[in-house]
Design a protein around this ligand. Structure first.
Ligand code: SF4
Length: 85
């Protein structure tokens, strides 16, 4: 008969808690990485031909890789970066 290594219930719970903590921290870091709209002077109207839906940072349908909150396709902000063809 082979003896299986034992792992305590406490050890299992500890590992699970660490994993959960790591994912919460990761999500918080991702959220914190976005800049508030006010800081980048976001507006929900375009600036000439510059608009979110032709910005490299836009994520359809209504978000941005850099700016927090709901982003309009026809919006604009000072970190606009023209999408490369
Ligand atoms: S213009 Fe600003 S808010 Fe709009 S997608 Fe680009 S970086 Fe985001």
């Amino acid at each position: 008969m082979t003896r299986r290594p034992e792992i305590s219930r406490r050890r299992v719970l500890s590992i699970a808690a660490s994993a959960a903590g790591a994912s919460i921290t990761g999500a918080a870091a991702a959220q914190a990485a976005k800049v508030p709209q006010k800081i980048v002077k976001y507006q929900d109207t375009p600036k000439g031909e510059q608009r979110c839906d032709n910005c490299d940072l836009f994520e359809a349908p209504s978000s941005c890789k850099n700016v927090d909150g709901t982003i309009a396709a026809q919006g604009w902000c000072i970190v606009y970066r023209k999408k490369q063809a």
